[in-house]
Design a protein around this ligand. Structure first.
Ligand SMILES: Cc1cc2nc3c(=O)[nH]c(=O)nc-3n(C[C@H](O)[C@H](O)[C@H](O)COP(=O)(O)OP(=O)(O)OC[C@H]3O[C@@H](n4cnc5c(N)ncnc54)[C@H](O)[C@@H]3O)c2cc1C
Length: 378
């Protein structure tokens, strides 16, 4: 059995590794010339960590990723919610640079001997199992996977109905040095919100190697706050405690508006749609990549035997769709209402995906490792 995969992002690589480990031959096509992660930092909840373990990337990720002892929300400078996480606590969350996560998954791909072809843009697929590349080559496969991101050309070539929605806010993502932001509460993930005099948010997340990820949210109709390079006076005026970090941002960052895409179906014939190509969502629950990797692993589980591939794809979607739809809908609601400004929702509605044991992973309790840069609670 052979798969041709469009896109060497988190979804495409996770699918490639999971299929290869189940005896498939796979080839991944990446349109860019270089294999690298776009963006700044990323949160990986327990469900994503379990998938990383199942694809052989967990150890490399955990080695270095930050495991904060607490998750705090501050509104206009006052703490409105605090939860202990990691260690013996129920919620496992790692924060890291995207490159750290991507490098670990790439290393796992290399160990499996997976072929990744760069400068290889996919332009279309055919339901009988053909991936078409720019330049005119057509590649036949038992399974074609469209993991080519939110603007998926492969998905669009199939004519699958896709509804898109944009929201009122967007985020500029930046990485700076942690500098003096070390120790005590500065080792926590801290979600800083302000609604007066204007709506702004900085999600503060320590990462590996002394890096600090800041996701700087602002309404897209606020020209001063969305301006890039960021205006330090606007941000430091609202979050004075973060001034040294804000002053380091300089010309870094890119502003992306929150967006959802929803498909009627995740497959058409022998083509499966995976990750953001299938279910992009606002990052309010930090689950997009976690779900992308979860659904990739599950896809490999369902098609592993290859007896009736089209029926397997239907069963795969039937198993995974409800949780993904729930998470996407909840993420959209949080984007619309800005309810995170009153504190993280530590309940089953918000964190159902985070607590889910993904298909293809071991149901036992996840190991709570001593690796990484876990700090002690104050
Ligand atoms: C601001 C923000 C913050 C986020 N934070 C988190 C978080 O903390 N935790 C989390 O789990 N998720 C988070 N997400 C979501 C996460 O980034 C995505 O869900 C995840 O990257 C999706 O992975 P993917 O592989 O499906 O797509 P992508 O990461 O977009 O990868 C697609 C790949 O396909 C390639 N490609 C594109 N077109 C073609 C083509 N035609 N042919 C070949 N290759 C192609 C691209 O170059 C890329 O390498 C966040 C998203 C945003 C916008």
């Amino acid at each position: 059995m052979h798969a041709e995969i469009a896109g060497a992002g988190f979804a495409g690589l996770a699918a490639a590794i999971a299929l290869k480990r189940r005896g498939w031959s796979v080839r991944v096509h990446e349109k860019e010339a270089e294999l690298r992660a776009f963006g700044a930092g990323i949160f990986i909840w327990e469900n994503g960590q379990r998938v990383l373990q199942a694809i052989g990337a967990y150890e490399d990720v955990a080695r270095g990723a930050h495991q904060a002892p607490g998750y705090e929300t501050r509104r206009n400078g006052a703490c409105v919610s605090f939860e202990r996480i990691n260690g013996a606590n129920p919620f496992l969350l790692m924060t890291m640079t995207r490159q750290h996560l991507y490098a670990a998954i790439l290393a796992a791909s290399a160990r499996e001997g997976i072929e990744i072809v760069t400068r290889s843009a996919a332009v279309a697929a055919r339901p009988e199992g053909v991936l078409e590349l720019a330049g005119g080559r057509s590649l036949k496969a038992d399974l074609v996977i469209a993991a080519d991101g939110v603007r998926s050309a492969v998905r669009d070539s199939l004519g699958i109905a896709c509804s898109r929605q944009k929201y009122q806010d967007g985020i500029a993502r930046v990485l700076v040095e942690r500098g003096s932001f070390v120790g005590g509460a500065w080792d926590h993930v801290i979600d800083f919100w302000a609604f007066e005099p204007r709506t702004l948010r900085i999600l503060y997340a320590p990462c590996e190697d002394g890096r600090l990820y800041m996701a700087m949210m602002s309404p897209r109709n606020d020209p001063e706050a969305t301006r890039l390079p960021i205006d330090p006076a606007v941000w430091a005026g609202t979050f004075p405690e973060l001034t040294p970090a804000i002053e380091m941002v300089g010309s870094r960052g890119r502003y992306d508006v929150y967006e959802t895409s929803y498909l009627d179906t995740w497959s058409f014939g022998r083509v499966a749609i995976l990750g953001d190509a299938a279910h992009a969502m606002p990052p309010t629950l930090a689950q997009g990549a976690c779900l992308a990797m979860m659904n990739a692993l599950s896809l490999a589980e369902f098609v592993a035997k290859g007896a009736d591939l089209i029926a397997d794809l239907t069963r795969w979607e039937a198993r995974e769709r409800a949780l993904t739809d729930h998470t996407q809908a909840r993420a959209a609601e949080l984007a619309r209402t800005r309810a995170l400004g009153s504190g993280m929702q530590w309940d089953d509605v918000g964190l159902r995906a985070a607590r889910h044991v993904p298909t293809g992973t071991c149901p036992e309790e996840f190991p709570r490792p001593g690796a990484g840069t876990r700090a002690q609670p104050e």
